[in-house]
Design a protein around this ligand. Structure first.
Ligand code: NAI
Ligand code: MG
Length: 393
């Protein structure tokens, strides 16, 4: 029986890069059926819902999605672009990718940051003798994907019951004289079960790849309850993994150290907020948004996506100039998830070959300012990069 993959191109360059990843998978011999799912800004404008029920049902049925990117705009713009007959009927915009993560409890986010040899965007540093060194970065960030400051439990001018609860905390005295309408509160919630699930994923990855440590990147010395719970659970779980120790870094210090000794870190685990920060930090060492792939994994469904957004300023360029590699690497993560590790390895080897040869480079790899002109300045277009990867398979 053939597998079915739900394709969710979304908006802007999502619509460009997603078909490119399908082209590569087909060329590499991956045999599947594809169905298209509606998601994104156009759906919001036309239907008042960027994540229609029919798309949720497709994912319930097929359980694996490949996602491009969506456009989100602030409240006022969202209201203004809603189709006139839907206005004033109580529709409110919320991000559909955050919605998908919550709807399917895609609580495990995996963000690999592995440098490719020959990528001109790789991090370099000056060594002891003054010469330039290019450490190999091979880190995977395991980010809790559903809780923390992203759960949406927040208030400006909190209601009586919430305000009363805060007043019951001795440390709230500092804020007692602040007028209530001048108070904004966002709740940082961690649950033991979710901490254990993200830690389990990290330990299992470390075990499978022979890494000797996982690094919990939080801030338990200050944020004692939530960060403290993550670290305490990590230490407990370490008892189940002989030979894997738990390192503990604070997010602020980690952001400093990652440009000092990035090669020391292989498996990082964080809550939602600090995982978001750490994964962007590490992605910067390996070439940035054109190279940063990710997986959102739950028990019943998994969705794979580049971490970049819809890059509206490049969406309408023809030919497209954006780098398809982050999207293609996300497709590789999907292939690994469904057991097609050999095809994924072949595609990754082809990407590595193209990057190392250095003949075909998108504008970001040449440090050009993105515009329609870059192709005449020697940059490859999006389809040319894809063609080169297919040729290298
Ligand atoms: P963005 O990631 O779309 O683009 C930022 C800049 O990064 C671009 O202008 C471009 O210079 C570069 N870039 C992004 N992808 C690239 C690629 N594949 N190759 C080469 N360069 C690339 O972020 P921005 O501009 O902050 O947001 C644009 C829209 O995307 C917003 O509406 C935002 O809400 C949305 N967004 C959606 C995300 C998602 O779907 N998961 C994630 C981030 C932003
Ligand atoms: Mg981010």
């Amino acid at each position: 029986m053939n597998r079915t993959i739900v394709l969710l191109p979304g908006d802007g360059i999502g619509k460009t890069v997603l078909p490119e990843s399908v082209r590569v998978m087909k060329a590499a011999g991956f045999d599947a059926d594809y169905v298209d799912g509606d998601i994104g800004w156009e759906l919001w404008c036309k239907e008042g819902n960027p994540l229609p029920e029919r798309t949720i049902r497709l994912l319930e049925q097929h359980r694996v999605g490949l996602f491009g990117a969506i456009t989100s705009k602030p409240k006022d713009a969202a209201a203004a672009e809603l189709s006139p007959e839907l206005r004033g009927k109580g529709y409110t915009y919320t991000s559909p990718i955050v919605g998908l993560r919550q709807k399917f409890n895609l609580d495990i986010s995996v963000r690999p940051c592995q440098s490719f040899k020959g990528n001109p965007l790789n991090f370099v540093r000056r060594g002891k003798d003054g010469s330039l060194e290019e450490p190999k970065v091979d880190a995977v960030i395991f980010r809790q994907n559903t809780e923390c400051l992203y759960s949406g439990i927040e208030w400006t001018n909190p209601p009586d019951n919430v305000y009363a609860a805060f007043q019951s905390h001795p440390k709230f005295k500092t804020f007692a004289s602040v007028p209530r309408e001048d108070l904004a509160i966002s709740a940082r919630i961690f649950t033991r079960n979710a901490c254990r699930r993200i830690l389990r994923a990290a330990f299992e990855y470390a075990k499978a790849h022979n890494h000797k440590a996982i690094t919990v990147c939080e801030k338990p010395n200050v944020i004692r309850e939530t960060s403290g719970m993550m670290l305490a659970e990590a230490k407990k779980m370490a008892g189940e993994y002989a030979g894997i120790s738990v390192w503990d870094t604070n997010i602020d210090a980690q952001m400093m150290w990652l440009t000092k000794n990035p090669e020391d870190y292989h498996v990082i685990v964080s809550g939602n907020m600090f995982g978001d920060i750490a994964s962007d930090g590490f992605a910067g060492l390996i070439g940035g948004l054109g190279f940063a792939a990710s997986a959102n994994i739950g028990d019943t469904c998994a969705v794979f996506e580049p971490t970049h957004g819809s890059a509206p300023k490049y969406a309408d360029l023809s030919p497209s100039i954006v780098n398809p590699i982050a999207m293609i690497l996300s497709a590789c993560m999907m292939l690994e998830h469904i057991g097609e590790t050999a095809i994924s390895a072949r595609i990754k080897a082809a990407i590595a070959k193209v990057i190392e040869e250095g003949k075909v480079r998108t504008y970001d790899m040449m440090r050009l300012t993105g515009s329609a002109k870059v192709c005449s300045q020697g940059a490859a277009s999006t389809p040319q990069m894809t063609d080169a990867i297919i040729a290298a398979l």
